[in-house]
Design a protein. Sequence first.
Length: 484
Amino acid sequence: MINGASIAASALSPAFEVFPVTVVAIDDDAESLELYRDVLRGEGLRVLTATSPEDGMGLVTRERPQIVLLDLIMPGVGGMDLLERILAFEPRTDVILITGHYSTESAVEAIRKGASDYLTKPISVGSLRERLGRFADEARRRQLGHRLGAELLKASRFEEMVGASPVMVDVFDRIRRVAPHFRSALITGATGTGKELVARALHRLSPAGTGNFVVCNASAVVETLFESELFGHVKGAFTGATQDKEGLVEHAHGGTLFLDEVGDMPLTTQAKLLRTLQSQEVQRVGAVTPRKVDLRVIAATNRGLAEMIAQRQFREDLFYRLSMVQIKVPSLAARKEDLPLLTRHFVERFAAEFRKPIRGLTPRAEIVLARYPWPGNIRQLENVLASACMLADGELVDAADLPEELTGGQGNIDGEDTITDETMLPLAEVERRHALRVLRLVGGNRSHAARILGIHRATLHRLLDSATFSTGSGPEPARRDGPV
Ligand SMILES: Nc1ncnc2c1ncn2[C@@H]1O[C@H](COP(=O)(O)OP(=O)(O)OP(=O)(O)O)[C@@H](O)[C@H]1O
Ligand SMILES: [Mg+2]
């Protein structure tokens, strides 16, 4: 039997309407179900009930509830099996097991399998309200966090870039102010920091934004062909010049020429480029007369040009010409606060690209990313997340999906502490689990366990029997892996 859903409309705060929380209760005892329904609807929760495991699982897959109340002992599929199936379907569901009598064995197993709480019948209205209220608040908080995260990401986009850190907000601001006026600009920054994206943004926001954006990668051009590549040539200018050819400078006429890795440009070409910039004229190799051009030039480098100037490898006059406007793109290490946003941005992109239902990272994976120094900057982060999304099995990328260079082979970067599920638990939950483990070891003898733990027997009672396996005061238990 499946009862239809309805929300008790009385006294609902806006949060209830914006973030409805659904509870599915599965119990073969109709009377218990009635109790859950009455109590929880009074709390503003949407309650759906099922009297069989099959109907219950059907409701879970259809309705995607945030909370499931699950009777441990039912005919047919047992509660433990159903618990596993529910968590396999949606690992973030709070499943609360209900049992006729307290048993350490089943409590331990329930935790191990990922249950969020464990209630013993007879259940008082007060404790049901209190426990479920806490989980419902947590579910609303998660939904709110998710929504804020999505809005933040949207608000943190600038052209093709993502960033909300003060250093990146400065970069965006500089681009916005400079773009309408610049004729030449120099972008500096380490490898993979986004220099090309900055150049593209400058171009797009400039008055020539609809013109060509022509890329010349100085490190990829053979030295002897450089001038012909950049300035073009006329037929017969040199052996092999069988016809007239337009160079990149002319191709960028009415738009922008992007000189990537400008530090690799030969000195003779540098001199000719400077002349072109000053006169806005280009002379094809072998040509007698120059042609007028109108273009913006953006150069980028990850090399120290000042040092190259000192060693006479780069022309000082060209440097001054280019760097009238200079934009320094910070390393990822200097904007670590952007890491969650960038991660979310890339995960969304690769999930769509690979057609996978990936929604975020496990807390363990997030920690691994946060602890890594990112020498290859955003490009390295992008590559790491691309491969992780390819490997990820479920809806969350785990530390195991990340490359070994980040995890040290086992989610362990500095060799000091290994990250396990327990690392992400609130202290109260760790205490409870430890107490349960000791209790199990001594065959359930509470006096004996209390002696080993060095606490009073009454304290052990409280630890085990009070808010059993609740989420404690910490943020979230380990397996409740929030979205990025
Ligand atoms: N702020 C950002 N938001 C989103 N993606 C970014 C950002 N910065 C860089 N990327 C991505 O990271 C990669 C590297 O960026 P880009 O090629 O612009 O860096 P670069 O500084 O030119 O690197 P290199 O020095 O290696 O040439 C690109 O795929 C780019 O799309
Ligand atoms: Mg580049």
